[in-house]
Design a protein around this ligand. Structure first.
Ligand code: SF4
Length: 701
């Protein structure tokens, strides 16, 4: 940091990491970002966490891709075997024209044979405009919907349940609205590490007397601020939540007036909950009947309550059922649509809300308009000036990988995603990518996924981009380039446009604002939110008119479902896909750490963050380590039915004695080699949060 004299220019943008969407001011000197300050955005109010403040220098890292690359004809077989500091062994530099022509010709050849052999993964790290163009590229260019992104791996089940039961996939209130709540539940989330600035608002809420109920199989950091901490057994969410709702029904603590006016299917829910008494569920979820009853009374008796959840809820084969329970709990207590109430799945990536809104998902066009509707598709093809495309829902991330493994998907375009690290059962995903005939990867680094590419297109980091992003609060914000991309690297949107033209699409965009304007024409949620407004304002959607800053709290006057009412969907207890047994006696769960972001491609190249957390590690209870004869800092081996990794052990009392927590940012001990690809049948999200695992001490040689 320094005073106003030690930089040449300053640019306002948005932090590239989590869904909080903190606004930043980037101070630039000699063409490089020198430091970052938090500014007064509606979500962060000037605050930043360690990632936002110190995690910026990756954009100047020597590993940045600066020229298009083409795999050498005599390159070694595809595998995770490229040295990011020496790409010449596998790739040769090319001009943009050569690389784009080759990629386009490859896609055209596959399209001529069978367009369904091509699929695309876009990114929640890119802008709304880039997400919009990417889904359009696949739909208009190949006539089908095989396009998805990492929302499939984080909140797909939450969105499925929200659309099903309240008619919309976004949050019903911003996290900042906790200031008006009397009680808040935070379940399956670790905001102190994953949404740190949101966590500061949660802490302030407790300081002024708000009651915080934390529910998690790990004793996550928020427990220090909690009125009640429920450290339940992994995978027992439905049993615990149904028991709490059973008490609310039994003691008639529900809001009859609200239920009568704004919901349907209450009688079925009520009847269903009869079997879930706290006494019957206590053994399953590991929480005493007394505490379950106490929590039910605290939440139901409060005037205003909010519910926040994270991937501990969503990343299960019963992730949709978990979310259904949370929605039912809010509905039966009348906690939607008023100040201090609401449902809020804390979105992970900086633009996962926006990328999903922009249609980067296989079953929905922008604004969650169904691909199966003839009318909807026509409304898009009218604007796009092209013919119809498939009414069939496309393949999801994990289905695309399976089809690539089987040889049915043969060409992929991957923009800004790293599925070779982030997909479950990563060895299977890597084998699938090695199997492709054509893999075009557009990214800023040679990611683990780019190791398998045939053509690599060098792209831009967020601080080099112009466009918009949408945070967890539904707030649409402008990002602006503080510095130029290095070498010949280009903004992602312009690369997709060039590729589209070369496969014959009539795209004429000259500026990213034209993309926004077209996108806004297809998305009613962006009504009254013009590009011009976003030059100077952050606007929450929906906005009622061109002066409205947007509606932070929605659905006070009905839901966007038939009849304007929300729905109760009863959920039953479903066990995790694999149970611990004699061979794999413990439970492994995965997640992030404060300093590292997702697959580590950015934060492990940020000097300060990497210095704080330089090494792959996992956490176990100190008692577990003692029983194994392992000292903290020693190496252990984790083995599941998918594979094995060696990793350093840490002691952490927050982890239950039969569990191990593994961050997934480290390629040298990749957690996702171990994870279970079993899917939630509705949201099709893998069960990252539960795998049966064997933990062994590695004896010194
Ligand atoms: Fe960035 Fe999230 Fe930290 Fe804010 S809370 S600075 S958006 S990582």
């Amino acid at each position: 940091r320094g005073d106003s004299k030690d930089y040449d220019s300053e640019t306002e943008s948005v932090c590239p990491f989590c869904g909080v969407g903190c606004k930043v001011s980037l101070k630039v000197k000699d063409g490089k970002v020198k430091y970052v300050e938090g500014i007064n955005g509606p979500a962060n109010e000037g605050r930043l966490c360690v990632k936002g403040r110190f995690g910026f220098d990756y954009i100047h890292h020597p590993h940045r891709l600066t020229k298009p690359l083409i795999r050498r004809a005599d390159a070694p077989p595809k595998g995770l075997n490229v040295d990011p500091g020496n790409l010449d062994t596998h790739f040769r530099e090319a001009t943009w024209d050569e690389a784009l022509d080759l990629a386009a010709q490859g896609f055209k050849d596959l399209r001529a044979e069978n367009p369904k052999t091509v699929a695309g993964f876009g990114s929640a790290k890119c802008t709304n405009e880039e997400a919009y163009l990417f889904q359009k590229f696949i739909r208009q260019g190949f006539g089908h919907n095989n396009v998805d992104h990492c929302t499939r791996l984080c909140h797909a089940s939450s969105v499925t349940a929200l659309i099903e039961n309240i008619g919309s996939g976004g949050v019903t209130a911003s996290f900042n609205d906790i200031k008006d709540a009397d009680v808040a539940i935070v379940i399956g989330a670790n905001p102190i590490e994953n949404h740190p600035v949101a966590a500061t608002f949660f802490k302030q809420f407790t300081k002024r007397g708000g009651k915080l109920i934390v529910m998690d199989p790990r004793g996550v950091g928020m427990r220090r601020f909690a009125t009640e901490m429920l450290q339940f057994r992994p995978g027992a969410d439905v049993a615990m939540l149904n028991a709490i709702m059973h008490v609310i029904v039994e003691e008639e603590l529900y809001d009859s007036q609200y239920i009568h006016r704004w919901t349907e299917n209450w009688e079925a829910e009520k009847e269903h909950l009869r079997q879930f008494s706290p006494e019957a569920m206590s053994e399953i979820c590991g929480i005493s009947p007394e505490q379950l009853r106490r929590v039910a009374r605290i939440f139901a008796n409060a005037d205003a309550g909010m519910i926040f959840w994270g991937m501990g809820v969503s990343q299960h084969i019963h992730g949709t059922d978990n979310s259904r329970c949370l929605i039912s709990l809010a509905l039966m207590t009348g906690n939607v649509g008023r100040p201090g109430t609401g449902l809020h799945p804390l979105r992970g990536q900086n633009n996962v809300q926006g990328a999903s809104d922009a249609g980067l998902i296989p079953m929905f066009l922008p604004d969650y308009q169904s691909v199966t509707s003839d009318e909807v598709r026509k409304s898009f093809t009218d604007i796009w000036g092209s013919g119809d495309f498939s009414a069939e829902k496309g393949l999801t991330v994990t289905e695309i990988v399976d089809e690539a493994y089987a040889g049915n998907i043969r060409g992929m375009y991957i923009m800004g995603e790293n599925p070779a690290m982030s997909d479950p059962d990563a060895d299977h995903a890597r084998a699938a990518f090695a199997n492709l005939d054509l893999m075009v990867v557009q990214d800023i680094f040679l990611t683990e996924t780019a190791n398998y590419a045939d053509i690599i297109l060098p792209a831009s980091a967020l601080y080099e981009k112009n466009g918009t992003v949408t945070n967890t609060n539904r707030q649409v914000q402008r990002v602006r380039p503080a510095v130029s991309p290095p070498g010949e690297a280009r903004e992602d949107w312009s690369v997709t446009v060039e590729l589209a033209k070369r496969i014959g699409l009539p795209w004429t965009y000259a500026d990213v604002s034209e993309v926004y304007d077209e996108m806004a024409r297809t998305m009613p949620s962006l009504d009254n939110i013009t590009w011009e407004r976003l030059e100077t304002q952050t606007v929450t959607y929906p906005a009622l008119d061109e002066t409205d800053m947007g509606q932070s709290i929605v659905f006070g006057d009905g839901f966007p479902r038939a009849g304007g009412v929300a729905k109760f969907t009863p959920a039953s207890v479903i066990a995790p896909d694999e149970a611990p047994d004699a061979d794999y006696p413990m439970v492994m769960t995965t997640g992030r750490q404060l300093e590292h972001w997702h697959t580590g491609s950015m934060t492990r190249r940020s000097m300060v963050l990497d210095a704080v957390e330089p090494e792959a590690n996992c956490s176990l209870n100190p008692k577990t380590l003692r029983a194994m004869g392992v000292e903290p800092g020693e190496m252990i081996r984790l083995t599941t039915r998918r594979g094995s990794i060696d990793i350093m052990a840490r002691a952490d009392r927050a982890v239950a004695e039969d569990m191990v927590f593994v961050p997934f940012a480290y390629v040298e001990a990749a957690a996702n080699i171990l994870t279970n690809p079993a899917l939630d049948p509705y949201g099709k999200i893998p069960e990252f949060k539960f795998a049966a695992v064997r933990v062994e001490k590695i004896e010194a040689q």
